[in-house]
Structures are given as C-alpha cells and as structure tokens.
Design a protein around this ligand. Sequence first.
Ligand code: MTE
Length: 406
Amino acid sequence: TPDSWVTRDSRLVRLTGKHPFNAEARIRDLYTAGFITPTNLFFVRNHGAVPKVDFERAEKWELKVHGLCANPTTFTLANLRTRFRVVTLPITLVCAGNRRKEQNVVAKSLGFSWGAGGVSTALFTGVYLADLLEYVRPTKGAKHVVFEGSDDLPNGPYGTSQLLSWARNKSKGMMLAWAMNGLPLEPDHGFPLRLVVPSQIGGRSVKWLARIELSPIESQHHLHFHDNKVLPTTLTAEQARAEKHWWYDPRYLIRELSVNSAIAYPNHDEILDTSLHAPGSTYALRGYAYAGGGRRITRVEITLDEGSSWRLAQITYFEDAFREVEEEDFGVDPIYGVLGTNEQGENCFCWSFWECEATMEELKGAGSIMVRAMDESLAVQPRDMYWNPTGMMNNWWFKVCIHDLG
Ligand code: MTE
C-alpha cells in the first residue's frame, strides 16, 4: 500500500481494510495506558495516503497564509518556532464517528464501525493560531479561516474552516502543532505540522497542514461538506447519499463535541467469574468521559438496573492524574494547561476518567451496566440513540451486558 513506509503499533485495530489506515486501540488498552495516550496507541483517521515528508526537511516545511490579510506570509516550521510563543497543552481528540459501531448494528450508516476507542489524549506542542492571525492581520471582510492539508484525495485535499472570531479567541486553544508527547508528530498524525482544535470533533484538526486562507466564506473543500454532518434521522443512508442538498445545510455541520462516556472495565469480552470472589468483595467499574466546547464533565452516573436507579462515580480530572507525571518525562517544558484547561483555566480540553465500586453480588444480579455523563451546561447523555445517516456523535448511554455463566 502507499503507506507501507509508515510504522504502526500492532495493538491498533484496523477498521477499514488495508488502505487508508483507520484504527483504534482496544478500549481496555486505551484506559490502561492512562490519561496521556502513548502516541503509538493514539487513534488514526486518514482519508487517504499519508503524505511522505523527509525528516530532514521538516524545519523547511512551508505553511502559506494568504487571502484577506494585510501581511500574507509563508512560514517555515522553523519560523513558527521562533516567531511565536511555544506552548504545550493536554488535548483530547475525538473522531465524530466514535461509537458508530452501535449505530451500524441498528442500521448500516455511511461510515465504518468505530468502537469506543476513537478518542485519545496527547500533550500537543506548538503555537497559538490566534498569535499567527494577529501577525498576518486579517482585513475587512475576512470571516472564516480555511485550513488545507497536503494529502492527495480523489476530490482534492482535505480541508475545513473555522469562524475567524473563534480562531482569534486564544481561550479556545486552537494550535498549530509540530510535536505530540514531546516528540515530532508521527506521519499518521500530521507530520510535520497540523492544526489542533480542542473541544471540537477531530475532523477539524487538519493534518499535514500546508495552507491557511482568510476568506469571506467557509471552506469549499469537498469533505468540509460531505463529512462531519449529523443529518436528520428521518433520512436513510441511501437518501443521504443521493440527495446532495442535505449536505449543504449549514445547520447540520458538527463543530463542538457532545457529552459522552464509555466503560472500559468490565468490557464486552471480559469474564468476571464471581464465584472466585469472596462474598461482599467489590469490583471497580472504570471508564472515560468527555465533553465539548471547553466544558468540564460535572458528573458520571452508573446504573445496574437499566436506569431505574443510579449511583455516582468518582471523577479523576487531568490535574489529579497529572500529579504523578513529571513534565520532563515528556521532554516539554513548561507545560501550560496543567489543569487540563486552557492557560486561563476556564476551558477544559481534556477527557476525565471515572471509577465506581460495585459488589460482586450486585454485578451478578444485574443484566447490564450502563454509564452516562453530564457536562457544565447540564447536557446529559440521552437514553435513546439518535441514529443518523453518517452514524456520527453517537452518545446514548453506554452499555455493557452481563451474562451469568454460573
Ligand atoms: N487532516 C487531513 N489532512 N486528512 C485527513 O484525512 N482526518 C481528520 C483530521 N484531520 C484528516 C485530517 C479526521 S476525520 C480526524 S478524526 C482527525 O484528523 C484524526 O486525527 P488523528 O489521526 O491524528 O487521530
């Protein structure tokens, strides 16, 4: 395949044939690896072949910034490093298709089946997009910032856009990043330069970033329209494919992530032999939760009776988990956003982990375990699935079934 030169961890589970490469870690591996996902277990979503860039040429990589601005500039990676303040932030990326497998079981959607591993967290190092925009000075009429990657896809390069007012707002944390967990980006993750947009779906974080345009209109890239949409549930996948006009309705565009959570322990294939445990012994149910728009997870609840009654889980935030990690472990100094927030401490860019104890007796008697989370806007995961033609943003209560073998 065109990517045969790229090294990949064999623990990543391929979701789409041989090419392009789309893969996730098993949710157990993801959770066990901890708050900062090791780069080799970080999920990968590629629409085509990985652009090949020589390691030696990385510093000379060019980012062209043009369009409606007073100071259009072509920056090399070396320029970015020296001209702007360098920051490192812990940021969770999530594919809009995370948990799509459950939707595909109900009815086949247009997308492939992600489990609950289409989410990962890394320390990203780079410069603020807001600083770069200040340097190029957007002019009157500029409303959107359009980003373009350098991958060669059948309908042109990958690209999407942000509202200029959001892109200029440093508290939203948008970054041009060249490093991940203290090392240069891996080819699969956008080497040598990518955009990272915290709290929005992963599809907004353009990899192999080559061009930024200040524009009066949103991105016209094919995949800006034909991907990352939640279309009405009334449409079948076939209708959505055939009736193009739905894709151009701006109301259906996905930007911010919605509140979501999943159970890592126990998992679907786990055998919990209750007979091996002393009566009254407990099991720690564990998993992750995240929200979008910089909102923090404010509660996680577990039910063992399909929602008749709930118990509160304990939440671990980035700042709790990070105490044990030294900044120099990642070779980055200093790390800003050590609270898992932006530097101002007001926006949360990071997933959280949760834990809840149940006795073996309780688990033995339960038919299932379900989790739901709530965020700062009091949005809570819904009981029912919102099936949609792209199978995106699936966030109904996450369920693990228990079968009693005894
Ligand atoms: N950027 C380019 N140039 N090409 C792509 O195919 N995929 C997008 C986004 N940026 C993509 C891209 C999608 S849909 C996601 S979810 C994220 O990259 C995935 O980032 P990752 O592979 O580093 O996890």
